[in-house]
Each structure stands twice: as structure tokens, then as C-alpha cells.
Design a protein. Sequence first.
Length: 309
Amino acid sequence: MYKFRFISVLILASVLFGACSSDDSTETQTTEPAEVPVTFTVTTLTVDDHPMNTRATTRAASTTSGSNIEDVINEIHIFIYSGYTLKKDLVSKFDPKNETAPEDFGTLKVNIAPGDYKIYAFVGGKGTGTLEFQSMNPEHDNMNVYYNNKELFYYNDMVTIENKASEHEIEVKRQCAALRINISDEIPENVGKVEYKIQDYPNWYFHRNNYTDSKTNYTFQAGVTNNKLDLFDYYFMSFPTVISTENRNIKFLIYDKTDNLLFEKTLEVTLEKNHRTVISGNLFSTLTADGLTITVDDTWDDDISVVLE
């Protein structure tokens, strides 16, 4: 009888313990906060003539220079982090040569839980390059972007999402410098092709205050229309925060019709973030003299001119 009572007590105790444990586990379960709708609207600057702060809320939106937003930018990437964890990755882009801009291009919508988030936005504009990302983790200082010959705008900041629907404007700033080559004179009969060799960095470490990589030479063959060289534009890799100007060498290579090098000419030009440096004038009639003019125009900011003598 004693044995029976002892076993019964043990059974009863185990049942009660199990019930308590079940209740405890139920009490410690946590519920994730409900997600709320959030709208991000990109605001940028035009590359045409004047600053732009028009909100890109619809495809009909226009810049202060009269351009539609899809004429200025064509690629938007937004990374949303909570601490070191990527929560959302938003993309909106189109190929301006072959596609029509999506409806409401420039406005991106997402559902996300309330909280404090770090926002990184990369916006691509003109140029032939594409945006590629590597090591997209904010705890690594080698977080970088590849996008040679692509106009790039950038934004990063903390954003608080409250427990309700909200809208947030992302004001991106231009990070690159641009080069324009505008040759006036006609191509001589003995010239077969012209190439431009341009120094640029292979990628942009946007967490760092300076570059550690060496520059790379990129070569482009000039287009020809009606026996004249086409207007040529190139967008340089972004400058770090602490650098606003830098000198680069631009090399002109002129070949005959059998690809033999006839002449090469090197110009040192000044680049400034948010400026376009313009090389203009006669090239072929001044092969033995420095007859080209270098201008950093005010398409984006203040004017600076340098004449090579």
C-alpha cells in the first residue's frame, strides 16, 4: 500500500509539473509585431541644367529643367537593415533603350515591422554601366559597389517606422564626376579610328574615407557620324566623402586604317564631384600643339575653367 501511494504521488507530481511547464512555455512565446505599409519616394538632381527636387511620385513627374523623372534615373536599389540584418531589398529599374519606365517609377512600397532601420539607397542614371553590389553588410568596411561609367546617386540614414502607414522621402546626392569630350574638327582621310583611355577606380568602398585600390585604364572607341567624332560622356567612380577634386590623365589615341598608332595625346584634367569636366575644341588640326580647352562647367555646380597653353 505504501508503494502504491508513493507511485501515485509521483505520477500526480509529474502531471502537475508538466502542466506548469506547458503554461510557462505558452507565457514566454513572443509575437512578431505586425508589418505596416511604407512608401519610399526618391528625390534626386537632374544632370541636364538645374538642380531638381521634384518628388518622383508618378511617371508624369518632371524635373525643374523640364525632364521626366525616367529621363534622369533608371535604376533604384534600396537596402533596409535592422542592425546588421538585411530586412528588405527593394529594386526598381528599366532599360531606357528598350523598355518603358514602370508606373509610379521612383516610388517603392514595402510592408515592414515598426522599428529603427538603416537605409542605404543607390540610384543609377545615365551611362552605359550597371550597378553591382558586393559584401552588402554594414558591419564590413569592404562593402562596395561596381558601376563603371554610370551616373550614381547615394543616400544613407536612420529611419524610424512607426506603427502606422507612412511615407518617407529619400533625397539622394550625386557621388560621381563626369567627363564630356566634344571634338569639333572633321576626321582626316588617313585616320581609321580614335580611342580614349581613361583612368578610373574599379569599385567604390563607400564606407571608407579613401581608396585603397589602384586606378585601372578603361579604353573606349569613339563613335563617328558624318565624318566627325560623336559627343562622348563618361561617369567616374564616386569620390569618398573627404575628397572633392582629383586630377586624372585622359589619353587620346589616333590610329590609321590598318590600326597603326599615328599619334597620342595626354591631357591632365581636374575632376570634381557633382561637376562635369568638358574637353572641347579641335583635335586633329592641333596634334602638335595644346589647342584643346578644358572646362569644368556649371551643369551641376560652380564653374571652373582651365586653358592648356
